[in-house]
Design a protein around this ligand. Structure first.
Ligand SMILES: O=P(O)(O)OC[C@H]1O[C@H](O)[C@H](O)[C@@H](O)[C@@H]1O
Length: 285
């Protein structure tokens, strides 16, 4: 028997709190379709959200999982990372099932999006939380008469105890764009030990990635699996760039690592009526 989940409020904004009967939970804002929180059953919060983030309509939230669409970063004429993360999304459904909780949100073009990006589209964000897993699926349909191209990302900010205790596995052999050095490189070693000021777009990521944390009081293995997305961004601003971010405390660059399911290098082309689907499956092992 499924039970509808009522709308609630979080930081003054409309939100849906998904609670699975097994104790797992996730919170998503209608603002930006922004996933803010994920607590696996028996686990702790997995996402970082900046205590200095604005929770205001029209502005992106710093942390959680911003939806990047239809442009990545400043790679085009639109606002940074496109408009999806700053728009109000509609709630399609939210319900608790026998062993999970689900929500579907939708964003469609409006007069403001057509002014800057003249295309008819429908984005659907589906979430499923259950046990030790969170699945985030993003679908895009071309509702217009003309083809369009877009880039996209699920820009996940994973909370970490300290940058020195974190590593990422699964990138060996992959080519990447090093956005700090502005050069194309290849990952030689299996273990990426992130230092500050890391900004990379890894290409053709087919295998699951593993975020590991090993410290005196921490031992965590989080599996990150992408489907439908070609690239994975690994980003941490480091001390200097973090200090320049108005909505992140100066020392907090040590407290998160972004690992983003993305399609950037080869934007997705949808002909009239066509659809694309991408998924990010997160499992706390
Ligand atoms: O500050 P934002 O617009 O949210 O962007 C935050 C970051 O997003 C991505 O990870 C990019 O690769 C970075 O270059 C960028 O700094």
């Amino acid at each position: 028997m499924s039970k509808p989940i009522p709308l609630s409020r979080h930081q003054g904004l409309d939100a849906i709190k998904l609670e699975s009967p097994d104790g797992a939970s996730a919170t998503v804002l209608l603002h930006g379709g922004h996933v803010l929180s994920w607590v696996p059953a028996g686990g702790v919060e997995q996402f970082y959200v900046s205590p200095d983030s604005a929770f205001a309509l029209g502005q992106p939230v710093r942390g959680g999982v911003p939806v990047i669409f239809p442009q990545f970063s400043a790679r085009g004429p639109l606002q940074r990372h496109g408009f999806a993360r700053s728009k109000p999304w509609q709630l399609v459904m939210a319900e608790q099932g026998a062993d999970d909780a689900l929500a579907v949100l939708r964003l469609t073009d409006d007069a403001a999006t057509r002014m800057v990006w003249p295309h008819a589209f429908e984005l659907e964000l589906s979430l499923r939380v259950s046990g030790r897993s969170l699945q985030i699926e993003l679908a895009c349909e071309n509702k217009g008469e003309q083809a369009f191209d877009f880039s996209t990302a699920l820009h996940s900010y994973f909370a970490i105890n300290d940058l020195d205790e974190a590593s990422v596995q699964g990138l060996a052999g992959l080519h990447y764009w090093d956005a700090v050095a502005a050069v194309e490189k290849q990952q030689r070693v299996e273990l990426l030990l992130p230092t500050g000021d890391l900004d990379r777009i890894y290409h053709q990521v087919k295998e699951p990635l593993l975020l590991r944390e090993q410290g005196i009081s921490t031992e965590r293995r989080l599996q990150i699996q992408h489907q439908g997305f070609d690239d994975a961004v690994v980003w941490n601003p480091g001390a200097e760039k973090c200090a320049a971010l108005a909505d992140v405390p100066d020392a907090d660059y040590r407290k998160f690592l972004c690992i983003e399911a993305a399609t950037i290098e080869h934007p997705i082309r949808l002909q009239a009526g066509e659809s694309w689907v991408g998924r990010q499956d997160l499992t706390l092992l």
